[in-house]
Write a protein that binds this ligand. Structure first.
Ligand code: FMN
Length: 331
């Protein structure tokens, strides 16, 4: 039986399967089920900048009315306090690493919560910067600077390992990855999945829309993990489109340290993890691999015979191949 142990963000994981941030990781029941099914680590749902800012406003309002310290304490922090309690409980009850998540778009007081999460016992932090710029006056480098500024601020606030959950929409993901490492990131989660609003053609309204991913979406993280593997001293997590054991194997071959799952676990339940692990273990045994280090990065850009396969040349081949298919066209 192959050894599935994995290092991620300097932490020792029993397997490379991580439950990413979702409502499943937001309750002790969900967390225990995920651990029981074989999760190597869990990422808690995010603590949002908006919630923390709202709490700060409530404190100010209470203090302005002359409320006592006790009342101010109660008014402030329902969200943050509950979150810290979850971190503490998860640490007390689970034996796998617990990664807390912060989600924000600007440098501000909320960043200091990184220190509180560390004090509550979080083994690492994941920082999700979900920023959508719609301002024509804001350049790409200004957007990048905003990301780096936040990472730098969180790095200053806390000493635990820090992963940044990144958007795929950068002009140069590779350059951005290097800058994030310099700003203090120890790991990258590729990628954050942006939820795109939909339009209701009857009510003529913009409606929020959340659909779970499919395996086809793994291609985007797969390409960038393959390109980034071995370029920086940094952990890489594949996120978006990991549904099956085969998807996990692909992520490892590209060079990911861990594969993260949310949609598959929401769809099939936490026990799905054990089936994914069994498929991974079976594949490793059939191919004679004893550890994940023998697999990781075997198909990264640096390892394959045709590195251009991950770049533009692949595009031409795919188009040419498609045109030649005899089954296409009117029948
Ligand atoms: C219902 C739901 C809630 C989520 N909440 C968070 C969150 O709080 N913070 C975060 O960083 N990502 C959150 N995500 C994103 C997931 O962690 C994950 O990155 C995304 O679903 C892509 O992975 P998947 O293809 O395995 O689903 C959420 C996803 C879903 C479906």
């Amino acid at each position: 039986m192959a050894d599935l142990r994995t290092r991620y963000l300097g932490l020792e994981l029993r397997a490379p399967l991580v439950a990413s941030s979702s409502p499943l990781t937001g309750t002790m029941d969900g967390l225990k089920r995920l651990e029981g099914a074989g999760a190597g680590a869990v990422v808690l749902p995010s603590l949002f900048e908006e919630d923390l800012a709202e709490e700060a406003r409530e404190v100010d309002a209470l203090l302005a009315t002359g409320a006592t310290g006790a009342e101010a304490q109660a008014g402030y922090g329902a969200g943050a306090a509950a979150y810290l309690a979850l971190v503490e409980q998860a640490k007390a009850s689970l034996s796998i690493p617990v990664i807390a998540s912060l989600n924000g778009v600007s440098r501000g007081g909320w960043v200091r919560h990184a220190a509180r999460l560390e004090q509550a016992g979080a083994d690492a932090l994941e920082l999700n910067i979900y920023y959508v710029s719609s301002s024509p006056g804001q350049s790409g480098s200004e957007v990048e600077w905003r990301y780096l500024d936040i990472v730098h601020a969180v790095r200053q606030a806390a000493g635990v390992p820090l992963a940044v959950k990144l958007s795929p929409y950068f002009s140069s993901v590779t350059n951005m990855a290097g800058q994030l490492v310099e700003a203090g990131a120890n790991g990258l989660v590729l990628f954050n999945r942006f939820y795109q609003p939909d339009l209701d053609v009857e009510t003529l309204e913009v409606v929020p829309s959340l659909e779970l991913s499919t395996s086809a979406e793994l291609r985007l993280p797969l390409r960038w993990i393959a390109i980034l593997h071995g370029r920086h001293r940094i952990s890489l997590a594949a996120s978006t489109g990991i549904h099956s054991g085969e998807d996990v194997i692909k992520a490892l071959l590209a060079g990911a340290d861990v594969a993260m799952m949310t949609s598959a676990l929401l769809r099939h339940g936490p026990d799905h993890l054990s089936q994914v692990e069994a498929r991974l273990a079976d594949w490793l045994d059939r191919h004679g691999y004893e550890s994940l280090d023998q697999v990781r990065g075997r198909l990264s850009q640096r390892s394959v015979r045709d590195p251009a396969a991950f770049e533009r040349a692949n595009y031409l081949k795919v188009l040419a191949g498609h045109r030649a298919r005899p089954t296409d066209g009117p029948s």
